[in-house]
Design a protein around this ligand. Structure first.
Ligand code: HCA
Ligand code: CU
Length: 415
């Protein structure tokens, strides 16, 4: 009877579904046949440096730019207007001739564009608040003055041979008609990209979609999504923006930035590759190293449960999880740790259960025996000390799969 059910399930389960545990999830995700490419602009050197406590040296900035370029981002943003050191760093990075565009960020002022020109920039980005609160309480200018300044900035950059992205800062809170008016005017002035930011992270995904789509319908220029994480929706909002017509997401390493930052590069790049099937060419196995580099240079440690790069992102603890993980890690891992440069770790303690205990015993060279495993599991529970040991699984251990008699026999032969 069992055999019949097994054969039946093999016959009716398509082979690809059996080979890919994410197959049905991918069906719900409804990817198009030829998904569009969504680009990444990394702003660790601009938005990231606005994170409290972060300040890189010139050498660190250059190294971060090199690594981001090697990783495969499309644009790298840095602001030369901040200080002499930032100017030096920008100029030097531009001179390196990296594959990524280096975007020199500043205010919507001729003097800031001049600084970009002095750095020999090919790309510049200018931002100007356009919401009523920014106009009234930050810039103290009228809508008319803002519109004029936006157009003049774009015209000035274009007349000096620069490519320019214009950021309508606080755009998600600007009056929609005025937002479109500004976008149309800068499109006519020859702007190359427009960044649509959710500067205070107030949008829900459908709101971000509507915001971007309203501009997409009227404007032909490529659009960037720059979204803040104040309520924790930045990553979701970035992708909603792309569904609404944006084709470039702003990230920083570990998501650092003003207040609670913007989407993390790791999460964005993994989601693009695996969930959105965007044809990028990222070296995802650098993600852990990129995160560690920032930790080293800033002393900001990503929180344990941070997706992809967090220290618990690939730790498995509960007995039922261990039982599955030790046979097939895909049971509880959407993406293998190696792909992103992370490691799988097993936690042994009061939740380890019989399978976890048996595995721990086999690692210690103890004889495989069901009762012994039960006793160890009970012992771990009775200790009431929570988690006791954590083992990173190196190659040799990772291959050692519990209950795999063949493996055990072979080991015995080799011992
Ligand atoms: C700032 C504001 C900004 C700009 C975003 C952009 C924002 O300069 O700090 O240039 O795309 O969140 O609106 O970061
Ligand atoms: Cu920002």
């Amino acid at each position: 009877m069992l055999v019949r059910i097994y054969l039946y399930s093999i016959i009716i389960t398509p082979k690809f579904a059996m080979n890919d545990p994410n197959h049905y999830a991918n069906m719900y995700n409804a990817n198009e046949k030829n998904p569009k490419k969504i680009r990444v602009l990394d702003s660790t050197l601009r938005e990231g440096e606005q994170h409290p406590g972060v300040s890189f040296t010139i050498k660190q900035r250059i190294q971060i730019a090199w690594m981001l370029d090697y990783f495969g981002v499309d644009q790298i943003e840095i602001s030369p207007v901040v200080s002499k050191d930032h100017f030096e760093a920008t100029k030097t990075i531009i001179k390196q001739g990296l594959k990524a565009d280096i975007v020199s960020h500043g205010r919507a002022l001729k003097e800031d564009i001049d600084i970009s020109l002095k750095c020999d920039a090919k790309w510049t980005a200018a931002y100007l608040g356009i919401s009523d609160i920014h106009l009234k309480d930050k810039l103290r200018i009228t809508r008319e003055e803002a519109l004029k300044r936006a157009v003049e900035t774009v015209e000035y950059a274009k007349s000096h041979g620069l490519k320019i992205r214009f950021t309508v800062e606080d755009g998600s809170r600007a009056e929609p008609k005025f937002l479109l008016e500004v976008c149309k005017a800068i499109e006519d002035a020859g702007v190359d990209r427009i960044s649509l930011p959710d500067t205070v992270g107030i949008m829900r995904p459908i709101g971000m979609y509507n915001f971007v789509q309203s501009v997409r319908k009227e404007i032909n220029v490529p659009l960037d999504a720059h979204v803040h994480n104040d309520i924790g929706l930045a990553l979701a909002n970035a992708f909603a923006a792309c569904d609404g017509g944006a084709d470039q997401i702003h990230t920083t390493i570990d998501g650092i930035g003003e207040r609670t930052g913007i989407p993390a590069l790791a999460e964005t790049a993994v989601a693009l590759t695996y969930l959105y099937k965007s044809p990028n060419d990222f070296r995802l196995d650098m993600l852990m190293d990129l995160s560690r580099l920032i930790e080293q240079y800033t002393s900001i440690k990503p929180y344990d449960s941070k997706p992809i790069v967090g220290s618990t992102a690939y730790k498995h603890k509960a007995g039922t999880h261990l039982a599955a993980i030790l046979r097939n890690p895909a049971a509880y891992e959407p993406i293998p740790p190696r792909v992103v440069g992370n490691r799988r770790r097993i936690v042994f303690g009061e939740l380890a259960g019989k399978t976890g205990a048996a595995y721990l015993m086999s690692l210690l060279g103890l004889k495989e025996d069901e009762n012994g495993a039960k006793e160890v599991a009970a012992g771990l529970k009775n200790l009431r000390m929570g988690d006791l040991i954590e083992i990173p699984l190196e190659d040799r251990l990772e291959r050692k799969i519990i209950n795999d008699k063949k493996d055990i026999k072979e080991r015995k032969k080799n011992d």
